[in-house]
Design a protein around this ligand. Sequence first.
Ligand code: LFR
Length: 476
Amino acid sequence: MTARSFAAVDLGASSGRVIRARLDGGTLTLDEVHRFPNEPVPVGGTLHWDILALYRGVLDGLRAAGPVDSIGIDSWAVDYGLLDSTGALLGNPVHYRDARTTGVWRDVAARIGEERLYAVTGLQQLPFNTLYQLSAAIGTPQLAAAHRFLMIPDLIAYWLTGEIGAEITNASTTQLYDLRKRAWSSELIAQAGLDERLFPPLREPGTVIGRARDLDGGPAVVAVGSHDTASAVVAVPAADAHFAYISCGTWSLVGVELDEPVLTEAGRAANFTNEGGVDGTIRYLRNVMGLWLLQESCRVWGGPDLPGLLAEAAVREPFASVVDPDHPDFLAPGDMPARIAEFCRRTGQPVPADPPAVVRTVVDSLALAHRRTVREAAALSGRRVDVVHVVGGGARNALLCQLTADACGLPVLAGPVEATALGNVLVQARAAGAAGPGLAELRALLRETQPLTRYEPRGGQDAWSAAASRLGWDEP
Ligand code: LFR
């Protein structure tokens, strides 16, 4: 078979990347050809994405990648741009961490009915779900002038190809998508007071969107799991169905992969989500705040040497203090060490005295939240879990991986670090007839080509239960 090359555009909350992948027989190699910062900009009290700077980075990266068979685009979920009737972008997309939805989501959810919302969309309540962002925009001149709604990867694809559409894995995070009908929910769109004509036709991962007009040779742009978590889960190198995954980056997305949604009252009460995955799979998971707590702490500390801090944290006292990483206080950008200190004070725990102590508190707390969420995912779905796969940047964090294995009482298989880019590339490779056909074959290819690290649980489950009860957590 001849060698194939693909470009993965992966936009993350703190940086964007263009990665070139080469698939040659049994070898799959990645090469990051361009990385550019993603620096949100506060304007007039609203936090925006600098979408044109991101697009500039995408174009520079795609030019640097040279000739490729195709291009796939993924990014974080829920956020969007609005086009006017001439196709021009109306304003800069707003960052999901902006506070404009704070007071909105409870009212909207109560008006539509939380049970109904869950029955149709299967989604967890996150204050920033697209439904709540659009609800917050009702009455604005911008929404009144809007002709089309495009999620971030669909907007980038539109700029590259001129083609309008909505990729389904990302559409499934809007809370306006009917999971069973695999279509926009006319019912919820109407109830939210939105115009259904805003929402473009849906497209499946693996379909060709169009040609990138401004690039040499006009390579095809192919729809992938454009929600970064959907692409990351494609690249979980699982050998059978009995696994949980933690897609660990800015967020930790913790759950299991299912064939059918779980829409039970218990799942709704536990705020579990059913996001649409590649090949009709369901990502049954819950968002855990993830490395965001460390990233923001490091920003406040002026960019310290993180590996050094983690090494020091590893020898600090375990469970000196633990926090609930999902507390709403930790959602917005800001002084995380101060917020962690405040949480500890409020809950009668020692305040971490220096950066290594803060780091230990964060890592213990994340491992504890991973444990709780893996257990809940297994209990709520009935899926037996024998191994926990940690993929994404967090797979590099040996302390977090070991403590997650300890906390879950299960082996952790860490890697690939580049899961999102790999999942993006594999769906393109399959569309080109160069890999697959099923997720099982794509994952087998990863097991053969990507380095993975195994962490065995070291016991001590009682200490983890005790830490969980300090937070008042009821564990299954
Ligand atoms: C991860 C992610 C999560 C989503 C959050 C906000 O990058 O896509 O899956 O809940 O970002 O969009």
